[in-house]
Design a protein around this ligand. Structure first.
Ligand code: NBP
Length: 485
């Protein structure tokens, strides 16, 4: 922290890190009438921003961190938009050295939530406030209104909340930004948001492949189907842009662009983080895990080169009734997406309990309705369900979703059967259905698992006719009588 009480400037907010996200957020603040101090490690980006967009509002140019910090009014508020990881730590350290007690650092990058917990603690011990804010919406969202998920001390939200709410997306006048909870809560919720995004995209991909390979439809024909779907229950940003991507033709070959893009999905890591965290929390986010693995499989180019064309067994032909099949796929997509959100919210509830964040699931659904990549009509009934019962055991037990799945279940099963008969991989659809079936099954095969564990490792088991806490062991290598453990 700076030793001297340095002078105070006039900028209400500072943005450091002026690549696509940072420069658009800085412009968003300026367009809302704020004076914005801007800074970037290399001055070229700062100057490019000011040259192209300086006329959009009040910007204060700075070359050094000292100049940048001096340009801010107190308590200073700085939004960091740099590469997550070591770069963020370096920037935080530089800022902390230059800032004073009560100043606020907001990290708007895609930080791992455990890093945010560590950074918040370190900054608190130095008298600074640290807000870890997940931001979703890509570069367009950053400029026109993203969904913002800030975590950190409640008192710092009182001062930065109004600014962030103002530049966020709004749905029916409600900002897509709310205080999520202490320290890492915001980045945790953003991480799960990205996990659901992975899952939704995998499911959309499976629906596309079913229509392509199951019915022989072209990309443009499938774009029309997605356009139709986007008018109903599936209305969402991802379904909308799926139609746009499928309709795009390649200028070079004249073919649909999707047919000339390499069939290898990449990933930056937030999906993997979500699954790792879910494994630690013991929350089955099967849809997200399948989506992460599906991307890994698609990218295993050498392996796929050696396995393409392996035996398929006898395949059944295309579905007899194409119209019915399209509707079945729509229903299967809708039901599987409900499960993706249900699992994501389970993970948020589990994370919240683990870290004492007290996250309000209805608030999360509310701010995901606009600005972010997973914005969807589905989020309205999700918000309503959690409003009615904040401690819902699972989203699928809420009356709205119970009946939505009841309507879709037969179609969903038909699609899983048809895909299996056609040899089309559908890890997302089928794992979501298996998860659903597991939840509704009264007796799973876990009793046998426990019996086996007791046999080879004396791990004990509970009995259906004894208290849940009581454990028993069978003397497998002795006379096979049962003894209390
Ligand atoms: P990048 O993630 O590509 O980061 C580039 C920025 O980081 C530049 O300003 C660069 O400065 C700065 N930087 C680096 Br790299 N190392 C630095 C260091 N050691 N010290 C200071 N600055 C450093 O930018 P982005 O795509 O705009 O994303 C910004 C953040 O927002 C990331 O955390 C990202 O994960 C997150 N995010 C991105 C999106 C998206 O759609 N792109 C969406 C949501 C969140 P330089 O110009 O001097 O190299």
């Amino acid at each position: 922290m700076s030793s001297s009480e340095s002078t105070s400037g006039s900028a209400q907010i500072g943005v450091t890190g002026l690549a696509v996200m940072g420069s658009n957020i800085a412009r968003n603040f300026a367009r809302h009438g704020y004076t914005v101090a801007v800074h970037n490690r290399s001055i070229a980006k700062t100057d490019a921003l000011l040259a192209e967009h300086g006329h959009e509002g009040d910007f204060v140019r700075s070359e050094t961190v000292a100049e940048f910090v001096a340009a801010l009014e107190r308590p200073r508020k700085v939004l960091i938009m740099v590469k997550a990881g070591a770069a963020t730590d370096a920037v935080i350290e530089e800022l902390a050295e230059a800032m004073d007690d009560g100043d606020i650092i907001i990290d708007g990058g895609n930080a791992l939530y455990t890093d945010t917990i560590r950074r918040e603690k370190a900054m608190r011990e130095r008298g600074l406030h640290f807000v870890g804010a997940g931001i979703s919406g890509g570069e367009e969202g950053a400029l026109h209104g993203p969904s913002i998920m800030p975590g950190g001390p409640a008192e710092s939200y009182e001062s930065v909340g109004p600014l962030l709410e103002e530049i966020s997306a709004h749905v029916e006048g409600v900002p897509c930004c709310t205080h999520i909870g202490p320290d890492g809560a915001g980045h945790f919720v953003k991480m799960v948001h990205n996990g659901i995004e992975y899952s939704d995209m995998q499911l959309i991909g499976e629906a596309y492949q079913l229509l392509r390979d199951g019915l022989g439809r072209s990309a443009v024909e499938i774009a029309e189907v997605f356009d139709e779907w986007n008018k109903g229950d599936l209305d969402s940003f991802l379904v909308e842009i799926t139609a746009a991507v499928l309709r795009q033709s390649d200028a070079k070959t004249g073919q649909p662009l999707v047919d000339v893009i390499r069939d290898e999905a990449e990933q930056k890591g937030t999906g993997r983080w979500t699954v790792k965290s879910a494994l630690d929390l013991g929350v089955p986010v099967t849809g997200i895990a399948e989506a992460v693995f599906a991307r890994a499989l698609s990218g295993s180019v050498d392996l796929r080169r050696t396995t393409t064309g392996l035996a398929s067994g006898k395949l059944n032909g295309s579905p007899d009734d194409a119209g019915k099949f399209v509707e079945d796929v729509r229903q299967a997509l809708y039901a599987s997406m409900i499960l993706a959100y249900a699992q994501g919210f389970d993970q948020i509830q589990a994370g919240s309990a683990e870290y004492n964040w007290n996250v309000n699931p209805s608030g999360v659904a509310t701010i995901w309705r606009g600005g972010c990549i997973i914005r969807a009509k589905l989020l309205d009934p999700i918000r309503d369900a959690f409003d009615e019962a904040p401690n819902l055991a699972s989203l699928i037990t809420a009356p709205f979703f119970r009946s939505a799945i009841e309507s879709a279940i037969d179609s969903w099963r038909r699609v899983v059967v048809a895909a299996t008969q056609l040899g089309i991989p559908i890890p997302g659809f089928s794992s979501a259905l298996s998860y659903y079936d597991a939840l509704r099954t009264e007796r799973l095969p876990a009793a046998l698992t426990q019996g086996l564990r007791d046999y080879f490792g004396a791990h004990t088991y509970g009995r259906i006719d004894a208290d849940p806490g009581q454990k028993f062991h069978t003397l497998w290598s002795g006379d096979r009588t049962e003894v209390p453990a």
